[in-house]
Design a protein around this ligand. Sequence first.
Ligand code: PEP
Ligand code: MN
Length: 339
Amino acid sequence: MQMIIIMKENASAKQIEAVESKLGEFGFQTHPIYGEKKTIIGAIGDKRALSMNQVLMMEGVDNVVPIMRPYKLAGKELQKEPTVIHVKGVTIGGDNLAVFAGPCAIESQEQFTGVARAVQAAGANILRGGAFKPRSSPYSFAGLEDEGLKIMANAGKELNMPICTEVLDTREVELVAEYADIMQIGARNMQNFKLLREVGKYNKPILLKRGLSSTIEEWLMAAEYIMSEGNEQVILCERGIRTYETSTRNTFDVSAIPVVKELSHLPIIGDPSHAAGTSKYVPAIAKSAIAAGADGLMIEVHNCPEKAMSDGEQSLRPSEFSQLMSELAPIAGAVGKKL
Ligand code: PEP
Ligand code: MN
């Protein structure tokens, strides 16, 4: 970590010396530049030892500017090439498009396997489904839990596809990790730092959804939490954010895709389903994500959306999903990706 400490115009030699010696105490190398009016001090060291605020509060200090972005592992300063994740024969990142598809919630073996077969036939390469569901109401269906995980694993085995499911709580990570090939951290848990640290201890890809009201920097810091525990296989997922607009459930931030691509080497996919909240807008949003450079999509598909126990309104029917996949192919080709 490097930072630049800008001293006030009237800072005394004693104050400059005090800043240098404090930085030195915490293992920073300092490089002062004495100007006619102002002195600035370049400092190189490990920021975890000393926070910028501690320096900012010292007498004579005007400002402290970080040079390295706060997300060291998720950012591009240490790794320029894009991260490519391999899971059960599927590649996420690089030139490949990963398509996660399946119902919002796992309801029964018949329902899940039925949808799974249909999405595989249409070209999806990863199965999604919720066994532990974060619901806005405590009275809504909260998932089949253990039984849901087993149902999902059966379908994954039968179809030879990786499975992705959400883990809601630190106490359930071990169980979910037994079944899931990719663990999902939902939007509502993006800043559940204990949960982030816990999944960071596993050697398994993590799909990290963007928080409902999170900035891109907060999102990358959440990825940093996972990576700082040793798990660098993080896939980011833009799923829409809260804005003043009410025509859609959330506002799909398509600009997050090129911004994340500039700031991070991690793969990023788009989830048009939770952004739109209604199936009719899903295809257009999905296409915009791919055109903007996303590494894939997560799409909710249900064999009978009107009977779905969660998120039916935004779920595509298998035939609609299949149609979307064929419409996506030329867009993928135009941006140099393989679908
Ligand atoms: C989901 O994927 O079903 C889900 C609950 O998503 P989000 O966390 O984006 O709302
Ligand atoms: Mn859902």
